[in-house]
Design a protein around this ligand. Structure first.
Ligand code: PBG
Ligand code: ZN
Length: 323
């Protein structure tokens, strides 16, 4: 019988030899949500297995991550007090600054990325300062305070800054602020191609960052636009980003491939909260083989062109890889 393709599939070792895509714990960044207090570890109902944690609990979590071979985290802060300009994010004693300092002190070998945005810190839940005349976010006013926020993160000891607010010119602004502040070696991972997506719903429960009016359509990208998605990432590369990102991931595998082919930087993807929640609940209902579908999804990200995967599944993936 003629078996042109099946010959290479008959033996599991041969299948491993010819496998084109691999997933490793090295690929992952694990998101952590920190809030003030101590001894707090609260699970969020929309994301089973994801917790808001006080800093002491986040430090314990890092012990577990390291045991699993995971050495990179991205931090999100939930401040005690929110206001119109997100002051907590600009304060050296705000939640993120405190968390970075404490985590780096306890775990100098963890690579700590900070999400740089204002939606978790503003009382209106938008990603910057509101322009009340146009009922949108004021781009340049937000750039100005973003530079300050970057320096707060840098001084606290962040290893990489990840701006997620989709303001025009943010990379150039942050690069200049960091260079002038003496942080020429601090890399920027840009949320360069971030869509205005319904898949962020569960995250906004965890981060308590749902906009109190309107939506993020005037700054995040239209899911229908492919050429614009490529252009946004090319622009961030030109402005000096060190790593680019496509977010969400699963419904945007084509864009991951497009950005990979049209840029030369390492590419991260954000496997977002809604994607995580869908698998979790389908798994809990017994509708899918959760572990299998999860790994298949991670392979799909890598195959599409991702170098880095930011995912709430990271710990589960690491456990499976370790088996
Ligand atoms: C903040 C931010 C968001 C996410 C990461 N950073 C939410 C948003 O833009 O509303 C989403 C992450 C997720 O859904 O897991 N700008
Ligand atoms: Zn935001």
């Amino acid at each position: 019988m003629f078996q042109r393709f099946r010959r290479n599939r008959l033996n599991p070792h041969l299948r491993a030899l010819v496998r084109e895509t691999h997933v490793s714990t090295d690929d992952f960044v694990y998101p952590l949500f920190v809030r003030p207090g101590s001894g707090i570890k609260t699970e969020v109902s929309s994301m089973p297995g994801v917790f808001q944690m006080s800093i002491d609990e986040a430090i314990k979590e890092c012990d577990e991550l390291k045991r699993l071979g995971l050495f990179s985290i991205i931090l999100f802060g939930i401040p005690e007090v929110k206001d119109a300009v997100g002051s907590d994010a600009l304060c050296e004693h705000g939640i993120i600054a405190e968390a970075v300092r404490a985590i780096k002190k306890a775990h100098p070998d963890m690579f700590v990325v900070t999400d740089l945005c204002f939606c978790e810190y503003t009382d209106h839940g938008h990603c910057g300062i509101i322009d009340h005349v146009h009922e949108t976010v004021d781009n340049d006013a937000t750039l100005e305070i973003s530079g300050k926020q970057a320096l707060v993160h840098a001084k606290a000891g962040a290893d990489m800054i990840a701006p997620s607010g989709m303001m025009d010119g943010i990379i150039e602004t942050l690069r200049t602020a960091l260079d002038e502040g003496g942080y020429e070696n601090l890399p920027i991972m840009s949320y360069s191609t971030k869509f205005s997506s319904g898949y962020y719903g569960p995250f906004r429960d965890v981060a308590e960052s749902t906009p109190s009016f309107g939506d993020r359509g005037s700054y995040q990208m239209d899911p229908a636009n492919r050429r614009e998605a490529i252009n946004e990432s090319i622009a961030d590369e030109a402005q000096g980003a060190d790593i680019l990102m496509v977010k969400p991931a699963l419904a945007y595998l084509d864009i991951i491939r497009d950005v990979k082919e049209n840029t030369k930087l390492p590419l991260a993807i954000y496997n977002v909260s809604g994607e995580y929640a869908m698998l979790k609940y389908a798994g809990e209902k017994g509708l899918i083989d959760y572990d299998r579908v999860m790994m298949e999804t991670m392979i799909a990200f890598k195959r599409a062109g991702a170098d880095i995967i930011i995912s709430y599944h990271a710990k589960e993936v690491a456990k499976l890889l370790g088996k």
